[in-house]
Design a protein around this ligand. Structure first.
Ligand SMILES: [Zn+2]
Ligand SMILES: [Zn+2]
Length: 346
């Protein structure tokens, strides 16, 4: 029903692509992160809460239609619907039904609670196409309150040392999640304009975020040593505001579990905060679909598919054009020996 083409996942009978990597006639978008939405398609379809950001990113002239979660649209006889993916505000899994057969394309997803987006819902289907960004057993997220404790203690220690605290984090989704979890009683919170623009989309959708001051104009010398500044990784080497003193920098990402990534990003401090499922979350999602067949894309596709095969699933890795190769994990245990990822009773 859905196959990989040079432009990405394609449903031939429906005549549409899902998250195409090149311009197409009809693009169904799980969420407008850069690796899921590219400019130049004739038509786009997304959830209403993604549509504002999608429109901004695809350009004012792009035609963006919307479909609510749970409602269905029939395209050339094929029924399409969106289901919450728990990744960023408005992110969706795409359910595709044709002649009694159901497929689901996950997009990016997270199964654990995130106050800044709609909770993940498992979709029953015959074939599930899952992402596997963190599909190695080493990726097991620490409890969220432990991570946030670490952030808050680091912020307070920097204050005592008279330094500002810079946290680098992806501007759409992760930044809002981090902001929603910060304790504003500790000190003033600043954000880069790119992040503040996306915060406005979130607030309009009813998501509560603490007050975020503009880093470019409001970060004055008297506030410097108490400030926590949330910044996109892209501005790391070209700061967007005047400096008034010393600072400490940290990166918040699931990749911070890998020591090699600290080194690559030249970061001494990392907080393990992700908006993707960890390895167990991926397994839990796969089980929830009760699918007969699993196709695995993005990230550790080959390794995660072989892990699923080892558990008795009919799983195959697929290669989406342009999908980057994830970092090698030389010291990870062989998948078969890692008991933590085995489901209980299947
Ligand atoms: Zn994403
Ligand atoms: Zn992605």
């Amino acid at each position: 029903m859905i196959r990989v083409t040079p432009a990405g996942l394609y449903c031939e009978r429906g005549g549409f692509h899902i998250d195409p990597v090149a311009p197409v006639a009809r693009a169904i978008i799980t969420h407008p992160h850069g690796d899921h939405a590219v400019r130049g398609s004739a038509r786009y379809l997304s959830t209403p809460s993604c549509a504002g950001i999608l429109q901004q990113r695809m350009g004012a002239m792009a035609r963006v239609d919307t479909l609510q979660y749970g409602e269905s649209l029939t395209i050339n006889g094929v029924r399409v619907s969106f289901w919450p993916a728990g990744h960023v505000l408005g992110s969706a899994q795409v359910r595709v039904e044709d002649r009694g057969e159901t497929w689901c394309v996950s997009g990016d997803y997270q199964t654990t609670p995130n106050a800044t987006c709609e909770p993940f819902e498992p979709v029953r289907c015959d074939t599930f196409i899952t992402e596997s960004t963190f599909g190695r057993p080493i990726f097991r997220w620490p409890p969220l309150d432990e991570v946030m404790n670490g952030v808050h203690e680091w912020w307070k220690a920097n204050q005592s040392a008279g330094k500002a605290s810079f946290v680098y984090v992806y501007s759409y989704g992760k930044a809002q999640r981090l902001l929603s979890l910060l304790d504003p009683a500790i000190g003033p919170i600043f954000a880069h304009e790119e992040i503040r623009a996306i915060n406005e989309h979130y607030r309009r959708a009813g998501i509560a975020l603490p007050q975020d001051l503009p880093a470019e104009t409001a970060l004055t010398p008297d506030l410097w040593s108490r400030a926590l500044v949330v910044l996109p990784p892209s501005v790391r080497w070209k700061p967007a505001f005047p400096f008034h003193g010393h600072f400490e920098a940290a990166f918040a990402s699931g990749w911070m579990l890998l020591p090699s990534e600290h080194k690559r990003r030249r970061m001494s401090t990392g907080f393990v905060l992700s908006d993707h499922a960890d390895c167990e979350g991926l397994l839990e999602a796969v089980r929830g679909t009760e699918a007969e067949r699993i196709l695995v894309m993005h990230g550790y596709a080959r390794e995660f598919a072989s892990q699923l095969s080892g558990l008795g699933c009919n799983a195959t890795a697929i290669q989406i054009p342009g999908s980057p190769t994830p970092p090698a994990i030389p010291d990870d245990k062989p998948i078969a020996e890692t008991a933590s990822c085995r489901p209980s009773g299947r």
